[in-house]
Design a protein around this ligand. Sequence first.
Ligand SMILES: [Zn+2]
Length: 200
Amino acid sequence: MPTCPGAVLDQLRAGHQRFLDGHSLHPHSDRLRMLEVEAGQSPVAAVLGCADSRVPVELLFDTGFGDLFVVRNAGTMSTVAAIASLEYAVSHLEVPVIVVLGHAACGAVAAAFDRELSLTPSLAQVVGQLRMELFSLGGEDNLEEACRHHTLNAARNLVDSSVMLTDRLRSGRLQVEAAYYNLHTTSIEWMGAVMAMPQG
Ligand SMILES: [Zn+2]
């Protein structure tokens, strides 16, 4: 099992390339593998993604049981629950990589454009946060740009909300990568590593 961030990212990129080439191996997807990891998990990476049914993280990286620690919610939001889950993956399961995987045509981001939408209180909280992000983007009505901007924001917010993740980043034991999934090409574009805020 690779443990340095670079090797893990190479493994994820290779799995995604197999998927793109139509040569997915569907590793670790049978009952036997499940029994292997029954006693304990040691996933190679953690992923924060959207709940959207078109973004099945394990399939996109050609992985199976016990390989990825996946946190998904509508809009790929760095909520308290998401941050806590990822902190657990890093501090207890020692994952060296977190991928924040946003995607094109995200319904949560699209909802932020629509002022007429009637929302439940919980949805209004999520969409309200996305509206604030759009506001900082300059109010342009460009869903693609907004989805990309939000992916980078989610990754930035994740790191900036956690002392533990920031410490790990600074010590080089963790890498946080923003990535963007294009529904049409089905390919993942790597947007770059998130750096820890300078100290002091
Ligand atoms: Zn989405």
